[in-house]
Design a binder for this molecule. Structure first.
Ligand SMILES: [Zn+2]
Length: 468
């Protein structure tokens, strides 16, 4: 087995420290074993049943956190029956563990000691957990807008968490710079070792459905690793003569960031470059899918579609699924939202599978932000005034803060030691700022994200954050 460039076919050894070809192309694993039912190890848990298909050196001991065969649970929505593949029951709460378990097992066997990764959250949390298990140092670059619960999960595993302001792509640029300095880039989308592990979802489905292929698989797609893993897994089964056709693959994106959908409806072979719009489906907020051409080809080959759903439908889909006892994060729910649009093309007797990719615990139903808390309080007590009044209130509260800072040095007589009242005065100022923003119709957290992005860009070009 070795790594082969998907653009120019040049090959590299499995233990290369390069994360992509010299030509810029992404790698695939060449010489990967296919699927042979005779090699399934029924005594091994989870994806390790299919170890014979994985790019693991023969003497390597798997790095495991107790992976399981994820259950297939039936559900029904507006008369449409489907099977949920409950991937969020994986060790860190998302399907990413299948890829990470394989990748980190290989890296430990190769003696890698330090890895870097960029992620909107789930892949980073997964890598942080498995590297902690393997004793490998890990740094994860996340967009600053990533769910706080995911960031906390990454940090809890002991990984170094680097929050990168601005769009998701800034985190990708930051990790590539870190990789250029010598760390192993354990990318969940560039690195093909993890991708090989995702094929096991297809093998499991085939076994769970009584050695049958489903008619349809409806799934979220950002970089499309889940789709490609499932596509390649079913292709293995077909090549082994175990199934005669592939399932139709329906890739679902979020409308604010849908490069694959744009390409699909325009008949393009390559993704169309789009602006990276903010969406509740943070896991598929990807403006440039790495293996976009292969994703589009797989969808077309199987007779599927690429869809894009608005955030309102995604949130409604998540709620509808939760009412059926299944709690997913919004990214997973884009596929649920898409089901309503697929009703005309899915037959009543067809087998449809929706992988539930990430746990709802990773992105709780409602996390009130401080501006919302202030807004509710202000409305409830009739404290909303004109912007002018709130602006004056803010200035007077900032004055109080300055006064407490002065008192903290006894008006310059001693070194700074904060007074007990300083925290209260800062709280008053924050309240006044939030009330002012609300009276002006401004979303403070959105403004803050934009400002941090601006400072970061300025630091990069001029070396300091202030304006001239
Ligand atoms: Zn190449």
């Amino acid at each position: 087995m070795n790594l082969r460039c998907t653009l120019c076919n040049r090959t590299y050894p499995l233990d290369t420290r390069r994360w992509r070809c010299e030509c810029g192309g992404a790698f695939d694993v060449a010489g990967l074993p296919g699927f042979d039912p005779a090699t399934v190890d029924s005594s091994a848990p989870g994806l390790w049943r299919y170890r014979a298909t994985l790019p693991l050196p023969e003497n390597a001991t798997p790095v495991t956190l107790g992976e399981v065969t994820t259950p297939l649970v039936e559900a029904e929505l507006d008369g449409l029956r489907f099977h949920c593949k409950v991937e969020y029951l994986s060790p860190t709460g998302s399907f990413k563990d299948r890829g990470t378990a394989v990748l980190v097992s290989v890296l430990r066997a190769l003696g890698v000691q330090k890895v870097v990764e960029d992620s909107s959250g789930n892949a980073g949390a997964s890598l942080a957990a498995y590297t902690a298990r393997a004793g490998i140092a890990c740094t994860v670059f996340v967009p600053a807008h990533a769910s706080p619960a995911k960031q906390a999960q990454i940090a809890a595993f002991g990984a170094q968490l680097v929050r990168v302001p601005g769009p998701r792509e800034n985190a990708a640029r930051a990790v590539q710079e870190a990789a250029a300095e010598g760390a192993y880039y354990a990318s969940h989308y560039y690195n093909p070792l993890g991708l090989a592990g995702l094929r096991t979802i297809a093998y499991e489905l085939w076994e769970q459905l009584g050695r049958r292929v489903p008619d349809n698989v409806v799934l979220p797609a950002g970089h499309g690793t889940l789709l490609l893993g499932i596509y390649r897994g079913f292709r293995d089964l077909k090549q082994a003569g175990l199934i005669t056709r592939l399932p139709r693959l329906f890739a679902v994106q979020a409308q604010p960031c849908a490069p694959l959908h744009a390409a699909f409806i325009q008949g393009n072979a390559e993704p169309i470059i789009v602006e990276e719009g903010a969406t509740v489906a943070e896991g598929v907020r990807i403006a440039r899918p790495l293996r976009g051409q292969e994703i589009l080809a797989a969808v077309r080959e199987t007779g599927g579609q690429v869809l894009a759903v608005p955030d309102e439908e995604t949130l409604a889909g998540r709620d509808a699924l939760a009412r059926r006892g299944l709690y997913v994060e919004p990214t997973s729910a884009v596929a649920i939202a898409a089901l309503a649009h697929l009703r005309p093309v899915i037959g009543a007797d067809e087998i449809t599978v929706v992988p539930l990719t990430g746990s709802g615990f990773k992105s709780p139903l409602h996390q009130p932000r401080f501006q919302e808390v202030v807004r509710d309080f202000v409305r409830q007590h009739g404290l909303l005034h004109t912007p002018e009044t709130h602006a004056l209130d803010l200035v007077s509260e900032v004055g109080e803060v300055a006064k407490e800072v002065l008192k903290s040095t006894d008006y310059g007589q001693r070194p700074f030691a904060p007074t007990p009242e300083l925290a209260d005065e800062l709280g008053d100022a924050l309240y006044a700022l939030a009330a002012l923003a609300d009276s002006c119709g401004v979303d403070l957290e959105q403004s803050l994200e934009g400002v941090l992005h601006k400072y970061a860009a300025r630091l990069e070009s001029t070396g300091h954050a202030g304006s001239d």
